[in-house]
Design a protein around this ligand. Structure first.
Ligand code: TZP
Ligand code: MG
Length: 210
């Protein structure tokens, strides 16, 4: 099945706490998110593994893959569908070797220099951002804007998902910039009704083909 990056939910333990993280994820999936990434910069692996396993079970049959941010050991122990790493999270080759050929492996990219030394054959997609400055991630790189996003997307040999300050109203512009979808935290997690928030994203990306 082709990876559908159109609406990619990244969780945040604080922003998702209002309705509980699992409830938030399930509501967002009912609302149409196509990927779920479990991201928690503070919890230990031992704390994250049971949560990841519960999410994996909850997502079974939904067709929505569970991707783990940064923590290879958590991805392996929870039998998650994939891993997302940043530029400082170790070598792509090591992650691919540990995960095997079938897992989804994504990498965050902020610059053309990073694109130029990409280990593309071992990756499935790129996260491009931040498009806008956002309080959700501390110390993020300089914002790309839609022009910067379009330049990186055009140069990318892999499908891309845009991230950083994105809301439903930005879907058209992200699509025009050539990315394959929007990755969001606060536009879904930090809202009173995560299902409605996910549903509010216009379906501007072509549907995944079997
Ligand atoms: N990486 C770049 S920006 C960001 C991450 C994880 C946070 C995006 O959060 P929000 O609330 O959608 O701006
Ligand atoms: Mg990281």
């Amino acid at each position: 099945m082709r990876l559908d990056l159109s609406l990619y939910l990244v969780t945040d333990p604080e922003l998702c706490a209002a309705h509980g993280l699992e409830n938030t994820v399930l509501a967002a999936v009912r609302g149409g998110v196509s990927v779920v990434q479990l991201r928690d910069k503070h919890a230990s692996d031992a704390e994250l593994v049971p949560l990841a396993r519960r999410l994996k079970t909850a997502l079974a049959g939904s067709g929505v893959p569970l991707i783990i941010n940064d923590r290879l050991e958590v991805a392996l122990a929870s039998n998650a569908d994939g891993l997302h790493i940043g530029q400082d999270d170790g070598e792509v080759a090591d992650a691919r070797a540990a995960l095997g050929p079938d897992a989804i492996l994504g990498l965050s990219v902020q610059t053309h220099e990073q694109l130029a030394r990409l280990d593309a054959a071992r990756l499935d997609y790129l996260g491009l951002g931040p498009v806008f400055a956002t309080p959700t991630k501390r110390d993020h790189a300089a914002p790309l804007g839609f022009d910067g996003l379009a330049e990186l997307s055009a140069a990318s040999p892999l499908p891309t998902v845009a991230i950083g300050g994105l809301k439903a109203e930005h879907a058209e512009a992200v699509h025009r910039a050539g990315a394959g979808g929007l990755a969001v935290v606060s536009a879904i997690c930090g809202t009173p009704d995560p299902e409605a928030a996910a549903r509010a994203f216009p379906r501007v990306f072509p549907p995944a083909l079997p």
